[in-house]
Design a protein around this ligand. Sequence first.
Ligand SMILES: [Zn+2]
Length: 258
Amino acid sequence: MQCKELLTLLPAYLDGELDLMQSVEVEKHLDTCDTCLQLVENQRVLRTAMRTGALYHAPRASLERNILRTVQKSERATVAQPLFAFRRFQFAAALAALVLLAFWGGGRFRVTPSTSDTIANEALSGHLRSLMADHLTDVVSSDKHTVKPWFNSKIDYSPPVIDMAESGFPLVGGRLDYLDNHPVTALVYRRQKHVINLFLWPVPATDKAAEFETHRGYNMIHWTQSGFACWAVSDLNATELRDFARRYQEQITISNRP
Ligand SMILES: [Zn+2]
């Protein structure tokens, strides 16, 4: 199994939905590939955090029993005290509706298509993970002729790796990351002591001008250019991050000229 295949099977593998043969193939690959192993571990950490964090609320097991009991009691009471029972039934119905709403809300959270806000959250998580887990780069090189072929062996598209040293943003390396439900390219640049993670993935959309935003104290710029969605995340100040994005866009335009 190649890294590319593993990446397509990754969501199903993490959800425990692969058949035995596929699971064995995935695990065989993980035994020999540190990059994919790291990716799987990152995903597990992220999933655990989402399950235990404030985003997920599992109802108590007693809730269902309580609702049933309330409904049954109100049914029994209907015979003896119609008015009182009706009030209780209303209460039970309201409670049931609330529970349904809670489930619907929970489910909705998982199936809603990614908004820019979701991607911003995930891009920031990717940035922070890369700094905390000592996993900034899988390929360490300031040479785009080293970084680009490394990606070509892992993913089925060729990311635009641009050398930005002359503009004052030296390339540190790259790694595979996982964003918006698919594997993405993360290019790592530096400006003095600040790290810039530039996340890239192919999109069918037409070019979109750069938009700047701050997210939990971090600066972000995102744009779409030449078939790639690009998200730059850093604690670098806004002026310099805008400068980085502008220069990167210029370099892509230059490199695309015939
Ligand atoms: Zn691999």
